[in-house]
Design a protein around this ligand. Structure first.
Ligand code: FAD
Length: 686
């Protein structure tokens, strides 16, 4: 038997094993690659060792909380590697040990570059996964003079500490002697310009690093890091196949341990709790605007929250968006075909469980519904279905103004844009691995919990306004909030008068999501003072009222528990109209009765009078009361819109201090800042 015969026999043997195991082997692989998704090489977490073993010459780190920095890091890494033919590793800062980082240039002599994609979180804090890295830089690292690096910060200019962590990364690395190439990139989510900020920074930077590092530029060509294997022999209902379950433990739990896993935390993005939805109702429905109140049941789990925390809800995409994308990619016929994913780069993680199906990937794992980025359109141009589309796509994607006029201003998502560019011709030569690698992973949406953990220990309330914007004759919709509207309609058996723009598969994978949503809790620092006698001032227009409903319910519980000495509660609420979108209107009256003179609610209705009135105006009108309470040690809370309201309230408070205390603007600013320093000015804004 010669070598050829042997290899043919081996291939037949492998095919037989694959057939008779019906994917169980992939399933086993899947289990390994789930949650922490460590690859073989990551048996060690020593960065240098991993890079040496895998032959990497550059590394891209990300400090990411919601997945955006990770997404940009992955895109950068792919383009950098393809453009300069430098094997590049991308990693979560928390997944590797920096022990030998100072020796990187000695250990890997042809090491080229480190890149940092750093998101700023909360009040100028690092993301959870970047905390240890800063600790390393501060306490363990002495000398990085051999390191050349670049840095892109992701922040929001409506917050005071804009891109603080990007700046801090540069300061700390420079203080250890590292050399920043080019400028610190500043991506601004507040202005909605993150994509363009990134593209401007990156395009300039590539020219610069090409010179500085003496690199040869190649034409960027997509090189897959993931292989897609179509498994015609595995049926879709095989238990090895993930249909959108967070991991294989959710598929068919049998043993006590497996069942407990679903009920017992800690819960996070890899292990959400499937929370039963007790009930849902509409708080208002006017002019096609909806606001949903939903109650999630925690009675069957050890998942706990405390008043002021956030709940993360994991959505799935709508039937319309999934079907449209399947169709334009020419995958409709194959939507239920089982596919396995295999990494072609030993340092990367599979982004979700495998085997799975084409439809599952688009429905449960990728962010397919939002606006499509210029970067995506640029990179998909290599797979245009015809020359005409190629000419159009190059014209659109190389100029940000034309892109804005043609794509962004029309609110196109990925499938809309592809359909527009090709005039409906299918993009059936786009590798599915490209789709997986180029589209951001579907992320959870956060909601400020509107219940009190003392009053409703085992129930979480949320208050969500449904995102539906009417543009000409079509609607632009948000994923999670329209899913909530669907659940509400289904649960309450509403008639057809409640029109749904998007519809969802409410039964979920293997019908296991019926009246359930995958959730986890994010601890927040937005908390009531520990001493109930301290007064509180709360400013929460619209759904900004959500956590304050929780705070007030907490206060009522304190009263019911015999705490007579409650501090005063002053609540500023605003909406358009007292008869249109005044959420929890009856509840506030009830709370006021229970809390008696302790509670005062002041309302601002922006559309009831000729001149628009906002919470800031009402705050100013009540300057003396506000200062009286602040002088008594009151805590000041703001919740809701970050872009305009939160900044407006902050400026108003400075004015209030100026007027009431007769001090200069500078001193008033210092007084307002001091409140923050003392943790008495707290924001929960988005
Ligand atoms: P997404 O799918 O995320 O869409 C976001 C927006 O993009 C929508 O307005 C949508 O219409 C628009 N959009 C969709 N497609 C396109 C397109 N092609 N082009 C342009 N635009 C498009 N919200 C609340 O209602 N209540 C709360 O209590 C609350 N608390 C929060 C607390 C925190 C800490 C944070 C971070 C956010 C909070 N939010 C809250 C906001 C909430 O997390 C979501 O952002 C919001 O509900 C929208 O989610 P969605 O999935 O429906 O919309």
């Amino acid at each position: 038997m010669d070598v050829l015969d042997l290899s043919v026999l081996l291939a037949i043997l492998l095919a037989l094993i694959a057939y008779f195991s019906k994917g169980k082997l992939w399933a086993a692989n899947n289990d390994d690659s789930n949650s922490s998704l460590k690859s073989n090489l990551n048996n060690t977490n020593d960065l240098i060792e991993i890079m040496k073993k895998s032959g990497k010459k550059a590394v891209v780190f990300y400090g990411s909380q919601t997945g955006t920095a990770e997404d940009y890091a992955l895109k950068f890494s792919k383009e950098f590697q393809s453009k300069f033919k430098i094997p590049t590793m991308t990693t979560d800062l928390a997944d590797v040990s920096f022990e030998n980082f100072e020796n990187i240039k000695n250990e890997i002599p042809d090491f080229q570059l480190a890149a940092f994609f750093m998101a700023t979180y909360g009040e100028g804090e690092p993301t959870d996964n970047a905390v240890e890295f800063f600790d390393y830089l501060k306490n363990e690292c002495d000398d990085l003079s051999n390191l050349k690096y670049i840095c892109f910060g992701l922040g929001n200019s409506t917050y005071e500490f804009y891109n603080e962590i990007g700046k801090k990364t540069v300061n700390e690395l420079n203080s250890k002697g590292a050399t920043l190439l080019g400028n610190l990139g500043l991506g601004d989510d507040g202005k909605g310009s993150m994509d363009e900020d990134y593209l401007d920074w990156k395009d300039n930077l590539f020219d610069l690093i090409k010179d500085k590092l003496n690199l040869q530029e190649q034409t960027v060509k997509y090189e897959p890091s993931i292989q897609i294997i179509e498994n015609f022999e595995i049926p879709i209902d095989d238990l090895s196949v993930s249909l959108g379950e967070p991991n294989s433990n959710y598929i068919n739990p049998k043993s006590e341990n497996e069942i407990n896993y679903l009920k017992t935390g800690p819960f996070d993005h890899n292990h959400p709790y499937l929370a039963p939805i007790l009930n849902t109702k509409e708080l208002f429905n006017s002019n096609s605007r909806h606001c949903i109140h939903a109650e999630l049941d925690l009675s069957n789990t050890n998942l706990k929250y405390s008043t002021g925390d956030h709940v993360a809800i994991w959505p799935s995409n709508s039937n319309e968006k999934v079907n449209k994308l399947l169709s334009i990619l020419g995958l409709t016929e194959k939507k239920d075909l089982v596919i396995s994913l295999k990494t072609l780069d030993e340092t990367i993680h599979l982004p979700f469980p495998t085997p799975t199906t084409y439809e599952t990937v688009l429905r449960h794992y990728l962010e397919i519904s939002g606006s499509v980025s210029r970067q995506f359109i640029k990179s998909i141009s290599q797979f245009c279905p015809n020359e005409e589309s190629k000419i159009l796509i190059d014209e659109i994607s190389n100029d940000k103004d034309i892109y804005h006029k043609t794509i962004t201003s029309k609110y196109y998502n990925i499938s809309d844009a592809l359909e527009f560019i090709s005039k409906g011709i299918k993009w059936d030569n786009v590798p599915f691995s490209f789709i997986i690698e180029s589209i951001a992973k579907l992320q959870p949406r956060y909601y400020s919990i509107s219940s009190s953990s003392s009053m409703e220990k085992q129930t979480i309330h949320i208050t969500a306004v449904v995102e539906q914007q009417k543009i000409d004759e079509t609607y632009v919709t948000g994923v999670t909030t329209n899913l909530l509207l669907n659940i509400k309609k289904n649960q309450n058996k509403d008639d057809d008068s409640l029109k749904l723009i998007d519809t969802f598969d409410l039964e979920g994978p293997r019908n296991k999501f019926h009246n359930k949503l995958p959730i986890h809790i994010r601890r927040s620092t937005f908390k009531l003072p520990s001493n109930p006698a301290i007064p509180i001032i709360m400013i929460g227009p619209g759904t900004g009222a959500a956590p304050f409903r929780g705070f007030i319910r907490e206060k009522i519980k304190q009263l019911e528990n015999g705490n007579e000495n409650l501090g005063e509660i002053l609540f500023f609420f605003g909406c358009r109209n007292s008869t249109e979108d005044f959420i929890y209107k009856d509840e506030w009256i009830d709370y006021s009765k229970k809390l008696d003179k302790k509670f005062k609610m002041i309302t601002a209705f922006s559309r009831e009078t000729d001149k628009k009135v906002y919470v800031q105006d009402k705050l100013l009108e009540n300057s003396s009361k506000v200062v009286e309470l602040l002088d008594k040690g009151a805590f000041f809370y703001v919740c809701g819109d970050a872009a305009n309201m939160a900044r407006g309230v902050q400026n108003t408070l400075v004015k209030i201090y100026q007027n009431e205390k007769k001090v200069t603007q500078e001193l008033a600013l210092t007084m307002a800042k001091q409140l923050r320093v003392n943790n008495r000015y707290q924001e929960d804004v988005w």
